[in-house]
Design a protein around this ligand. Structure first.
Ligand code: XMP
Length: 512
């Protein structure tokens, strides 16, 4: 087990992912974590992340002194290296020679971190992002590599097993970075690397049984990856003590509601309440055009209906949620000030407060791709495990302007054609998310000999790793025109198709 102290780097999560990929369990905590929590975690080693602050600044964040006194190996990355130097008696200064992006590392001396990858004399590509640099090493340290902007680009105190790197081994732009981290965790810290999904499955099942006892659990199922995997895992642990509630808000894609019911009831034998609440949702949304009002209306109703169904079941002791690790990492922010709400997500928050039940969150230590691996381990069908994310408010936020049943039907048909073509071209897994949006614009067209005056539809497809940033997927023109032709020919009411080429930022993935 390794504890990662987060100083606010954009890429701290990648450190955790690289460690877990090599079979080492780790958690990320804010840099100012309570020392008692460090002790109870009982780590074998620490990693100090990068961060945007400057250690030359008087009130820059520091690591608890206990970390340096625990007798455990430490790896400081970027800001973490500078901080380690400062806290142990070295010196760091601002520098005019900043290094951002690709840089070259000159390996000077052998080092346990470099075992099997880099030897003295080698020149290696690494990824840097720093302005400050270490100018004097603390006692006990030696420089093992340099770069143009950093005379102490990699440092080592072999006796205390303290190491520092100015570059970022966790990003893919540092080739062999993963091996460097593995050298630290496996060879230096002695981690065995035996953390696997099969092990996680077994230990979570034990934990769920212990937590729940003979209590009753309800779980909101959406058909998405997270709630599906959580439900199957919990069902494996406690069987009939689990009931899933599937609130169908009438804003799902073609065939989706039926597929959810079929999969969970018939295939997994999970007790399932399928509530068709589409009339309720659609009438509440009548005439609503403001995106935030849509989101809030759906969020509020969802909780009402869920609560009602839970009451009908006679209540429960626990509420299960498919919360993931990125949702629970206490993010470190140095920007001060309140952050701006871009969109209110309806499925995070709200429910637990209202239901006043204890939570069962068996996925809260996992990243999305780990949830997928767990799903496969549990036999959840590929079409669920590999599914693109789908927003809680569903198609409502893919129909800018007022929502009607007629528009929903048009959108479902266009979306189904688009996804069918993506699947048959073998592109589904290369895309983070793809969907159609029905625009509130009507344009003139000509079909046969007649004039049409119908809706326009936009296609969206992006690549992303976490939904925070995204790039447009570069379809070839032949593919796009094929989809456009099919949609215009097969979906009555749509006579024009456009492709959205906006990245995020400045756009968002969804249109509302
Ligand atoms: P945006 O549109 O903000 O979306 O770039 C980022 C990711 O979040 C999804 N999304 C949601 N997911 N409830 C969800 O569970 C929501 O209310 C919601 N809104 C957006 C979106 O599909 C994309 O994957």
């Amino acid at each position: 087990r390794v504890l990662i102290l987060d100083f606010g780097s954009q890429v701290t999560q990648l450190i955790a992912r690289r460690l877990r990929e090599s079979g080492v369990y780790c958690e990320i905590v804010p840099y100012n974590v309570d020392p008692a929590r460090i002790r109870s975690f009982n780590p074998r080693a620490f990693i100090l992340s990068g961060g945007p602050a400057s250690v030359t600044d008087g009130n820059a964040p520091r690591a608890p002194q206990e970390v340096f006194e625990a007798g455990l190996p430490i790896l400081g990355i970027c800001y973490g290296e500078q901080l380690m130097c400062t806290q142990l008696g070295g010196e760091v200064q601002g520098s005019d020679l900043r290094e951002f992006g690709r840089a070259w590392l000159d390996v000077k001396e052998p080092c346990a971190l470099f075992r099997g990858i880099w030897s003295p004399g080698a020149r290696e590509q690494v990824w840097m992002s720093h302005g400050d640099r270490v100018t004097r090493l603390p006692p006990g340290f030696r420089a093992v590599a340099t770069s143009e902007g950093a005379p102490f680009a990699a440092i080592a105190d072999d006796h205390r097993r303290f190491y520092g790197v100015q570059f970022h081994p966790e990003v893919v732009h540092t080739p062999h970075g993963a091996q460097l981290l593995r050298n630290f965790t496996h060879s230096i810290a002695g981690c065995s690397g035996t953390w696997t999904m099969a092990g996680f499955r077994a230990s979570q099942i034990r934990r769920i049984r212990e937590q729940v006892g003979d209590g009753r659990v309800i779980c909101g199922l959406s058909g998405g990856v997270d709630s599906s995997v959580a439900a199957v895992l919990i069902h494996e642990a406690i069987g009939e003590q689990l009931t899933c509630i599937f609130v169908d808000h009438g804003l799902l894609r073609a065939g989706e509601a039926e597929a959810v019911a079929r999969t969970f009831r018939d295939r997994f034998n999970i007790r399932l309440v399928h509530r068709d609440a589409s009339d309720l949702f659609l009438s509440a949304l009548e005439g609503v055009t403001d995106p935030e009002v849509k989101r809030k209306t759906i969020g509020r109703l969802f909780i009402d209906v869920f609560d009602e169904e839970a009451h009908k079941l006679g209540g429960a002791d626990f509420l299960a949620q498919g919360t993931l690790y990125p949702d629970v990492i206490e993010s470190v922010s140095f920007t001060g000030g309140p952050s701006v709400t871009i969109k209110s997500h309806h499925n995070v928050g709200g429910l637990p407060e209202r239901m006043r039940m204890r939570l069962v969150e068996p996925l809260r230590e996992l990243f999305k791709d780990e949830v997928r691996a767990l799903g496969r381990e549990l036999g959840v069908p590929d079409d669920i495990v590999g599914r693109h994310p789908f927003p809680g408010p569903g198609l409502a936020i893919r129909i800018p302007g007022a929502i009607t049943r007629e528009k929903l039907e048009m959108l479902r048909r266009a979306d189904a054609i688009y996804l069918e073509e993506i699947r048959s071209a073998g592109l589904y897994d290369a895309i983070w998310q793809a969907f159609a949006v029905l625009l509130p614009v009507r344009t003139v067209g000509v079909m046969g000999d007649g004039r049409t005056y119908d809706h326009a539809c936009a296609l969206r497809a992006v690549t992303s790793t976490d939904g925070m940033t995204a790039d447009v997927y570069p379809f070839d023109m032949g593919f796009l025109t094929r989809v456009a032709n099919r949609i215009v020919n097969e979906v009555r009411g749509i006579n024009r198709v456009t492709y959205d080429i906006t990245s995020k930022p400045p756009g968002t993935i969804e249109w509302e």
